[in-house]
Ligand binder design. Sequence first.
Ligand code: NAD
Ligand code: TYD
Length: 362
Amino acid sequence: MNTGILVTGGAGFIGSNFVLHWILAGKGRVVNVDALTYASNLGNLASIEGDPDHVFVHGNICDAELMARTLAEHRPRAIVHFAAESHVDRSIMGPDAFLKTNIDGTFTLLQAARAYVATLTEEEREAFRFVHVSTDEVYGTLGPGDPAFSETTPYAPNSPYAASKAASDFLGRAWFHTYKLPVLITNCSNNYGPYQFPEKLIPLIITHALTGKPLPIYGDGLQIRDWLFVTDHCKAIVEVLEKGVVGETYNIGGNNQRSNLEVVKTICSLLDELMPESPYTPHAQLITYVKDRPGHDRRYAIDATKIGRELGWKPEESFETGMRKTIQWYLSNAEWIESVTGAAYQEWVTKNYTDRKQKAEG
Ligand code: NAD
Ligand code: TYD
């Protein structure tokens, strides 16, 4: 076993931020397995191109043979599992890929990890960790006065995405209890920051506002999410990997509950301030209400007391500082935006929003 780790999904939003954070912090070697789906972008990793500590493997976590071979070849001390289909609206239109990657893929990876761990010495086995990165959406939805989700909140997933992630969490839990695989599970709230693919709310609103397109708000826009800057999430995962107790779950959140409307208005006023010369100022004039998402969860909120108390983690960015950094990043990375908003992306926008708009008007 060497001192390196294996990451899955490291060409996606959070995975690439994690890989960059890991390499820049000089934490050692990362083998990065990614299938390069529509949501990925190797350009996210351009700043570490040629770095001998980053080894990219183009492959699918559902490929048992590839996963076994990659683990045997690189002999990592840990796996951090990000790879997933991650967008709720896509899971509503086509759940198949979510069940395949999130459930079958996690199952395949857990089995490969089990077989690999069996080849380690006792000391290496003791040190090995499998961190399964999951979401707060497994807990379902909250009413306005309900307490935030804790690690003991019962699972109640409502979307195909959330159900597939819940199933993968249960597999991780069972592989710990039954096979003693040293699994740790993290359930995090909504992330935002650099390199997020613009199908998700925050980058979608920024990229639409920059080009004067309508800013689509589902339903009444009063749904609440608990936003966390992505680097804070990456730092929390490092803490869980290095100090967490195997078999435990850690909830990670930013303590930043905001309605979608508040989030969109914050983006609009920051753009007004940063781009006073824009022809679309005031950007809030672009806000458009569209038909709601089916089964739309009303409110998520994370109680992150446990990770704070036991591992000493807390977010460093406030919503205001994180949003400013995020918008400045998108303003400085027009080429990146262009590279991810080509024909396939436009097709998704048409598919997801045309019908919504007609229904909102009808
Ligand atoms: P993302 O969609 O941006 O990236 C997913 C990455 O996984 C992509 O690079 C994709 O190519 C890769 N991938 C997909 N299927 C694969 C497969 N079968 N084999 C190998 N690679 C595959 O997702 P993200 O937003 O970075 O989320 C990463 C993880 O964090 C997910 O597990 C997600 O459930 C979880 N999470 C996300 C958020 C959020 O707000 N984005 C919040 C909490 C938890
Ligand atoms: P999203 O970024 O898709 O994350 P999630 O559904 O995993 O929370 O959406 C965040 C919130 O924003 C969610 O309540 C849905 C809403 N939303 C819109 O109002 N308009 C949009 O165009 C999108 C993509 C999301």
